[in-house]
Design a protein around this ligand. Structure first.
Ligand code: SF4
Length: 213
């Protein structure tokens, strides 16, 4: 297919059947931006169809790209630990990313994460919108600035507004906090520990919301 305007949106690849499985299968063949050529595979969201909590990160990382599952690398393991401490069952949450392919650049033998640009985020956004529409979560948690800006607007600042529930038409409750990978990048053990505690405190607010009927 030649590159034309109609290929710049993942919506062009939408299935006729509106089920999570149909969307996941269709996303596997998405070529709406150039990232499909760089990543190993599409990493679609995972979790129960009726998950109350919906986590959105930026994009899959190295391990996610290789396994095809979201949040299974170091950041995912930190998220799992923090969820346990906050009293949230990960098996009852849906986890996904704004962009579904791993964007990276080579450094020696390693593949280093590269931030997706605005056209890649725009192209991929329909998959995220479809996931939200199908799951209808009670709480959406944006992990990091890319997810927060994609869902809460370009002026949203995680550094100032993290942990606050924001009014939105996307879900009854939506908040942003840091991406767990930023905690892993903390310069020393003490900072890492403090940042993890703040992250758990944000997740405890989510736990309180889902415990309400
Ligand atoms: S990153 Fe998103 S829009 Fe781009 S090819 Fe992958 S699934 Fe499609």
């Amino acid at each position: 297919m030649s590159k034309d305007q109609s290929q710049d949106s993942a919506a062009e690849f939408f299935p006729s059947r509106k089920s999570l499985k149909a969307f996941r299968d269709a996303a596997a063949d998405c070529k709406a931006c150039d990232l499909w050529q760089r990543g190993t595979q599409t990493v679609f969201g995972e979790g129960p169809r009726r998950a109350e909590v919906f986590f959105v990160g930026e994009q899959p990382g190295n391990e996610e790209d290789l396994t095809g599952h979201p949040f299974v690398g170091p950041a995912g393991r930190l998220l799992n630990d923090a969820l346990v401490d906050a009293g949230i069952d990960r098996a009852q949450t849906y986890v996904t990313n704004v962009v579904k392919h791993f964007k990276w650049e080579p450094r020696g033998k390693r593949r280093i994460h590269k931030k997706p640009n605005s056209s890649e985020i725009t192209a991929c956004r329909p998959w995220l919108e479809a996931e939200i529409a199908l799951i209808k979560p009670k709480v959406i948690v944006c992990l990091g600035a890319t997810a927060a800006r994609a869902l809460l607007g370009p002026r949203f600042l995680v550094s100032k507004q993290r942990g606050q529930f924001i009014e939105s038409t996307l879900a009854p409750y939506i908040m942003a906090t840091v991406h767990p990978s930023s905690i892993l990048r903390a310069p020393d053990e003490e900072t890492r520990h403090a940042e993890k505690r703040r992250f758990i405190d944000d997740l405890k607010k989510v736990a309180r919301v889902i415990s309400k009927n």
